[in-house]
Ligand binder design. Structure first.
Ligand SMILES: Cc1ncc(COP(=O)(O)O)c(C=O)c1O
Length: 363
C-alpha cells in the first residue's frame, strides 16, 4: 500500500474513517427523525462515496445536472432526484432515456420550463415525476409559498408530468453567523414547505414528498413533522465553512488538500503549490476570510493565484521549503469538481484512488 509520503502534490485526500463516520451520523439522524435521506452527491461526484451513502441507509441520491445523473445511472444508481429546474426539450429527451432505466424525479419551478419536459414525455406516452421548488428565503430559484398552489395546479394540467411533492433549499443559512440563527432558518425551512404541502393537499393537489435540507439546516429542518426527506451534501466531507458555521468540528473534516511548501520568501509568508486551480477561490462562509486553513498550523491561505497559494503565517509559526501540509478548503464541493481523482486514505496509508466520475458534468 502506498504511503502519503510517496504521493505527488498537490493531491486531494479523503480520510475514509472520517467520511464513514459522517455518513453514519447523518443516516442515524434521518432514521431518528423518521425521514428518508437522499444526499446531494455534487459534494463528492464519486460512485464510491454514493455507494457508501446507500449502504449507510440513503434511499437514493440527489444531483443537479442531467449529465451528472447519466454518470450515476451508468454506475448503477437507480433512484435519483435532480434538484434543479431542468429546462428544454433536448434535456427532456435525455431525461426520458434516463427514466426508462431508473426511478427519476426532477425539480420544476415554472410552467414554461416544465412544459418543455412535459412535451417530450407526453409524446412518448410517459410521465416524468416532478417536485415543485419552493423559495423559503434564499431567493435563488423556486416559487414563493403563496404562489405554490397556483403553479402546482398548472403543473398537474401538463400531460407529461406527475407532480409528486415539493422541495426547498435554505442556502441563506450560509450567511448566518450564529448557530441559533442557522437552526431558526432550518425550522422555518421545514415549517414552510410542510405548510405549502398541506395547502396543496387541501386544494386537491398531490404533495406526498416534502424534501428539505442543506448541511447546516438538515438537523433542524428534518425534525419538523411532515417533512419526508432530507438532502444534505457537504456533510460527507465537511469543510472550513462548516467549521466556521459551527455545523461540525475540525475532526469531522474528511477532505483536505496535500500541498508542498515551494517558497518561504519572508517570515510571515510561505507559498504552497496549491492555488485556485486546486483549492478553488470560493469564499469562506459565513464571513469571507481567505481561502483555506493549514491543518494544525497557525497560517491561513490569504491569497491565491492559479498555481500559488500564499499563506499568511502568524508570529512564532515557521514553514520550511519542501515540507508538506494539509489544507482544509472553504468549500469541499468545488474542490471535487477541480480534480480527476482523489486519494482515499486511512491514517498515512493510501487505500485507493477514486476517479471523480461526475466532475465537470455541467449540462
Ligand atoms: C437544491 C440543493 N439541495 C441540497 C443541497 C445540499 O446542501 P449542502 O451543500 O449545504 O450540503 C444543495 C447545495 O447546494 C442544493 O443546491
Amino acid at each position: 500500500m502506498r504511503s502519503l509520503g510517496d504521493v505527488a502534490t498537490p493531491a486531494v485526500l479523503v480520510d475514509v474513517d472520517v467520511l464513514e463516520r459522517n455518513l453514519a451520523r447523518m443516516a442515524e439522524r434521518a432514521r431518528t427523525a423518521g425521514v428518508r435521506l437522499r444526499p446531494h452527491a455534487k459534494t463528492h461526484k464519486l460512485l464510491e462515496v454514493g455507494r457508501r451513502q446507500l449502504a449507510a441507509g440513503a434511499v437514493g441520491l440527489t444531483l443537479a445536472k442531467t449529465s451528472e445523473a447519466e454518470v450515476f445511472a451508468a454506475g448503477g444508481f437507480d433512484d435519483i432526484f435532480l434538484a434543479y429546474p431542468v429546462v428544454g426539450e433536448d434535456k427532456g429527451r435525455r431525461l426520458l432515456a434516463l427514466a426508462e432505466r431508473i426511478r427519476l424525479t426532477v425539480g420544476v419551478d415554472s410552467v414554461e420550463g416544465a412544459r418543455t419536459l412535459s412535451n417530450v414525455f407526453a409524446a412518448a406516452g410517459r410521465r416524468l415525476d416532478v417536485r415543485l421548488k419552493i423559495d423559503v428565503g434564499m431567493h435563488r430559484v423556486g416559487v414563493l409559498p403563496e404562489q405554490a398552489v397556483g403553479v402546482a395546479r398548472a403543473m398537474t394540467d401538463l400531460p407529461g408530468l406527475h407532480l409528486r411533492g415539493v422541495f426547498t433549499f435554505a442556502g441563506h443559512a450560509y450567511g448566518e453567523t450564529d448557530p441559533d440563527a442557522v437552526a431558526a432558518v432550518g425550522r422555518h425551512e421545514g415549517a414552510t414547505v410542510v405548510a405549502v404541502a398541506s395547502a396543496l393537499r387541501s386544494a386537491g393537489l398531490p404533495a406526498d414528498e416534502v424534501s428539505v435540507g442543506s448541511t447546516p439546516t438538515a438537523p433542524h429542518a428534518m425534525t419538523v413533522p411532515g417533512v419526508t426527506e432530507c438532502r444534505p451534501g457537504v456533510y460527507a466531507y465537511n469543510d472550513a465553512s462548516q467549521v466556521s458555521l459551527r455545523t461540525c468540528s475540525l475532526e469531522d473534516c474528511a477532505l483536505t488538500v496535500l500541498a508542498t511548501v515551494v517558497s518561504v520568501p519572508a517570515p510571515d509568508r510561505a507559498v504552497l503549490d496549491a492555488g485556485s486551480k486546486t483549492v478553488s477561490s470560493d469564499p469562506l462562509r459565513p464571513k469571507e476570510q481567505g481561502f483555506g486553513w493549514v491543518v494544525g498550523r497557525r497560517a491561513r491561505l490569504a491569497r491565491l493565484s492559479e498555481e500559488h497559494g500564499v499563506l499568511t503565517v502568524e508570529e512564532g509559526e515557521r514553514f520550511r521549503v519542501g515540507e508538506r501540509v494539509r489544507v482544509l478548503p472553504n468549500h469541499a464541493c468545488v474542490v471535487s469538481n477541480l480534480h480527476d481523482r482523489v486519494l482515499a486514505v486511512r491514517g498515512e496509508s493510501v487505500e485507493a484512488e477514486w476517479r471523480v466520475a461526475a466532475r465537470g458534468r455541467v449540462e
